[in-house]
Design a protein around this ligand. Structure first.
Ligand SMILES: Cc1ncc(COP(=O)(O)O)c(C=O)c1O
Length: 440
């Protein structure tokens, strides 16, 4: 059997040696109180991450060991029965099978929970949370400004496969959100903290208040704003992420996370009814380890993404370009974001540059990549290099022309995920050079 796991444990009770049964708790996750740093007040995502449990390696390594096993042994046959009955769980180092909880994936979940100030988290394809929260016949109210894949999931896949329907609304119109709720049928309010690609900032406290008054669960996609916004601190119940983006930072891993109440995460893992357990979008432990190693510098990366995005947006505006960035005073939700954001991270690392026509957008991106080497034409975001794509014909192409128009996605809109490689002056000179070569 493995040696007793080591952990530098600020917030979680130490895990027990296998076989040392403990009957005190029947929860897979410790209590909400346990997620708080010593002193009890959650102030900042970086502080919370630094206070989360640090797993050491099997041999005392500063990094945790990777638990690569698909299956786990027990000392006594009775233990197996008790694990399947939910009496013994991962909080006491009892694991069944890695489609269910895995120690390395669970550790990444603890980091994501600390980052998002939620009671628990598990790393997986996040769409599974909607299947857990809604049953057949259920209804979702969602923002009309969503990543194209999420829009397609809600408007096409879920009605067909699960009989779950969605009404899309303008989430800046709180009346419209409230009116779209169908009593007894609507289960979830779903929106992005900062929308893709239009960069609309959600009024998370007000939207959560409206949703909670009507008994809904608030699910917020915080992919665009980790560290910058903490939706759960602002009233949301569940925070989902595409970890593929900023959390990974390397554009080399596809992954997601669901951060929320322990009861929800545990229900998703239920052996009989859990969407995560039964559909099986399981993360590999080796991937979870890689991601765990990147989270400690997420804050530093976010600050530089945001800093450069702010500088570029300001300078683009001065050049007379039509730029959308929530850090600019004229952005409709600038003051709102200022009031909601965590201190010192900035206003996000994405900006949108409206070149009006797709042809001009393509010409500019061609210059920026193939002539001046400012960045890459590629979808996705959160990479150290700048990534640019024309949203209407790429990541929002799942939407029809009318839906794009309603969502404010003009044909010439370039979404730019601002990277941090090179010096700022070097990169800005590359942008200016590309602009100077554009036909008038
Ligand atoms: C806001 C948002 N949510 C979710 C996703 C989906 O990400 P993944 O491919 O990691 O599932 C994306 C992808 O671009 C996104 O921008």
């Amino acid at each position: 059997m493995a040696a007793e796991p080591r952990s530098h444990d600020c917030v979680f009770p130490a895990t027990k040696k296998r076989g040392q049964d403990d009957f005190d708790s029947d929860d897979f996750y410790p209590s909400k109180k346990a997620m708080l740093p010593p002193g009890g007040v959650w102030e900042d995502p970086a502080a919370a991450l630094a206070s989360a449990r640090h797993e050491f390696g099997e041999h005392g390594g500063v990094n945790m060991s990777i638990e690569a096993s698909a299956t786990f042994t027990v000392m006594e046959p009775e233990t197996m029965r008790r694990m399947f009955a939910g009496e013994l769980g991962p909080d006491r180092d009892f694991f069944i099978y890695s489609r269910h909880f895995n120690p390395t994936v669970l550790n990444l979940g603890r980091q994501m929970a600390a980052l998002e100030a939620t009671e628990a988290a598990y790393c997986t394809a996040s769409a599974s949370v909607l299947l857990q929260l809604c049953s057949s016949g259920g209804h979702v109210v969602a923002s009309r400004e969503l990543y194209g894949g999420t829009h397609a999931l809600l408007s096409h896949f879920m009605p067909r496969a699960c009989n779950i329907t969605t009404s899309f609304v303008n989430i800046t119109d709180l009346e419209a959100v409230s009116s779209a709720v169908v009593e007894g049928q609507t289960k979830v309010l779903y929106f992005e903290s900062i929308s893709n690609p239009t960069l609309t900032v959600a009024n998370i406290p007000e939207l959560s208040r409206i949703a909670h008054d009507k008994g809904l669960t608030v699910v917020v996609d915080n992919t665009f704003a980790p560290m910058v916004l903490s939706p759960a601190k602002l009233g949301a119940d569940v925070v989902v992420h595409s970890i593929t983006k900023y959390v990974s930072g390397g554009a080399d891993i596809i992954a997601g996370a669901v951060c929320g109440p322990a009861s929800l995460v545990n229900s998703m893992m239920d052996l009989r009814q859990g969407a995560l357990m039964l559909l099986g979008p399981t993360m590999n432990a080796k991937v979870a380890f890689e991601l765990s190693e990147r989270i400690p510098h997420l804050g530093l990366r976010m600050k530089e993404h945001c800093n450069r995005a702010m500088v570029y947006a300001t300078r683009m505006k001065k050049m007379g370009l039509k730029v959308i960035y929530p850090g600019l005073e004229e952005h409709p939700q600038h003051q709102l974001l200022k009031s909601l954001a965590n201190k010192d991270y900035g206003f996000g690392g994405l900006l949108a540059l409206d070149m009006v026509t797709e042809d001009r957008a393509n010409k500019l991106m061609n210059q920026l990549q193939n002539v001046t080497q400012f960045g890459f034409m590629a979808v996705s975001l959160g990479y150290y290099e700048t990534l640019m794509s024309c949203s209407g014909s790429s990541t929002s192409s799942e939407m029809n022309e009318e839906e794009k128009e309603v969502a404010g996605i003009s044909p010439g809109l370039i979404r730019m995920s601002v990277g941090y490689v090179g010096t700022l002056d070097q990169k800005w000179a590359q942008f200016e050079k590309a602009m100077s070569r554009m036909p008038k």
